[in-house]
Each structure stands twice: as C-alpha cells, then as structure tokens.
Design a protein around this ligand. Structure first.
Ligand code: Z5A
Length: 218
C-alpha cells in the first residue's frame, strides 16, 4: 500500500450529510466552533472540493449550463477524482498531524446521490471507495434529516441560482433521502439529527451528540 493511501491517524474525521438545504453548511461552522473551543486544531472542508483541483472538478459537476448532462459513470468518476485529490492533499495530511477534519459531505453523499438518486449499483461505488479511500472512513457522520419539501423551501428562501443537482425533481431527492436513512440504519458511525426545528434546537442536538461521541473517544 502506498504512503499516500495509508493514513497514520491521530486526528478525527467528522462528516455532515443530508439532502440539499438541510443545514449542512450552517452546521459545519457550529461543529468547527464547538471543537475549536475545546482547543482542538480543526480543518473545515467540503466535497466535492476542498483543494484547488477538486474545486475545479466541483465546478464541472455543478455547472447547470452544460449542454449535455454527464453520463452516470462520468459523474461518479468525477466525484471520486475530486475525492482522491482531496484525501491526498488535505484530509490525510491533516489527520496524520492530529487535526480534526470536519467535512461538508463525503462518500455517503455518493451512495445517496449517485446510488439512490441516479441508480448506480452499490457495488460500483464500493469498488471506487476501496480504491480511493482504502480503509479510511469518517469517525462520526451527522446526518441532518429534513423532509424534502421543507428542505426545498429553505433552498428557495436563500434566493441563490440553482446548481445542476438542485434542479432535479422531488422524486430524486426522496430517493436520496431514503438512501441516506437506509445507510444510517446500518452503521453506528451515523447520528441522525432531526433538522426540522429551529436552528438553536438543532444545534443543541448536535452539541449533545458531539459531547457523547468525543467523551467516548477519549
Ligand atoms: N454530490 C454528489 O452528487 N455526490 C457526492 O459524492 C458529493 C456531492 C460529495 C453539491 O453539494 C452537490 O454535490 C450536492 C450533491 C452533489 N447537490 N445537491 N443538492 P453542496 O453540499 O454544496 O450542495 P447542497 O446540498 O445543495 O448544499 P446547500 O444547498 O448549501 O444546503 P445545506 O448546506 O444543507 O444548507 P444551508 O445552506 O446550511 O441551509 C439552507 C438554508 O436554510 C439557509 O438559508 C439556512 O440559513 C437555512 N437553515 C438552516 N438550518 C435551518 C433551521 N434549522 N431552521 C431554519 N432555517 C434553517
């Protein structure tokens, strides 16, 4: 195994997941502040993206003005190309030096969007996951769960132009949500957070979860 694919881990890896508009970006900041307040070195990042090369791939993936959509395999490979660069350049070095990495989306998003949403076979995604990540998995995944209609209201409330994924139909997002919930039910790595209430209540739940998990790790 190459040095690049093996991570000597001292830090912890926390991901936030969920459909569009559930509050991931808002709450990534809360998680980072919560950890920093405890004296930890925190690296905030996101997927697709997190490094200049991976951000360039993100642009390709999200651009709504493309004449022809990506075929499913191209989309899947672009997602993992961005992830490979992100892991090599940012995530693995940060974990190796003992930083805590907080990432807005990671491979669970691939299982939810490319798997649940587009219908790509789970085995195909698992093959690339193994190739790119080896054994690296998040220590904790906060799955923010909101009904699709409420999430869509929050996205339209922001008034920003919609990217290529945000232009999908609600049936696509129902499949994405279902895929996330099924995945969460199969692994203790996940904490499902009811993200319907006001932000203060949601962040109280996230703080409670972090307190419990971090205590269990120390
Ligand atoms: N994608 C993929 O297909 N495969 C992959 O492997 C990966 C990604 C990694 C880009 O992701 C797209 O890439 C994504 C899937 C695909 N597409 N989609 N859809 P992204 O994370 O950048 O895009 P996003 O999911 O669309 O993120 P978002 O729109 O920024 O949503 P969010 O981060 O979850 O929500 P937010 O911006 O924090 O909050 C939305 C609004 O709601 C905002 O005005 C907040 O102030 C408000 N808000 C948040 N929480 C609350 C509460 N509790 N109450 C009331 N209002 C709230």
């Amino acid at each position: 195994m190459s040095a690049e694919t093996q991570t000597q881990r001292c830090g912890r890896f926390i991901t936030l997941e969920g459909g569009e508009g559930v509050g991931k970006t808002t709450n990534v900041g809360f998680v980072c502040d919560w950890l920093s307040a405890r004296g930890l070195e925190v690296v905030r990042t996101r997927e697709p993206g997190g490094t200049p090369g991976a951000e360039a791939i993100r642009e390709l993936l999200l651009d709504p003005s493309r004449d022809a959509p990506w075929c499913d395999d191209a989309e899947l490979l672009l997602v993992f190309a961005a992830r490979a660069q992100h892991l090599a350049e940012q995530i693995r070095p940060a974990l190796a030096r003992g930083a805590w990495v907080v990432c807005d989306r990671f491979t669970d998003a691939t299982f939810a969007y490319q798997g649940g949403g587009r219908g790509v076979a789970r085995e195909r995604i698992e093959t690339l996951e193994q190739l790119v990540q080896q054994s690296l998995q998040p220590d904790l995944t906060l799955l923010l769960d909101v009904p699709v209609a409420l999430a869509a209201e929050r996205v339209s409330g922001r008034g920003a132009p919609l990217d290529r994924f945000e232009q999908e139909q609600s049936t696509f997002f129902e499949s994405v949500r279902q895929a996330y919930l099924e995945r969460a039910a199969r692994s203790e790595r996940f904490a499902v957070i009811d993200a319907r209430p006001d932000l203060e209540t949601v962040q109280q739940a996230i703080g409670d979860c972090l307190r419990e998990r971090v205590a269990a790790w120390s």
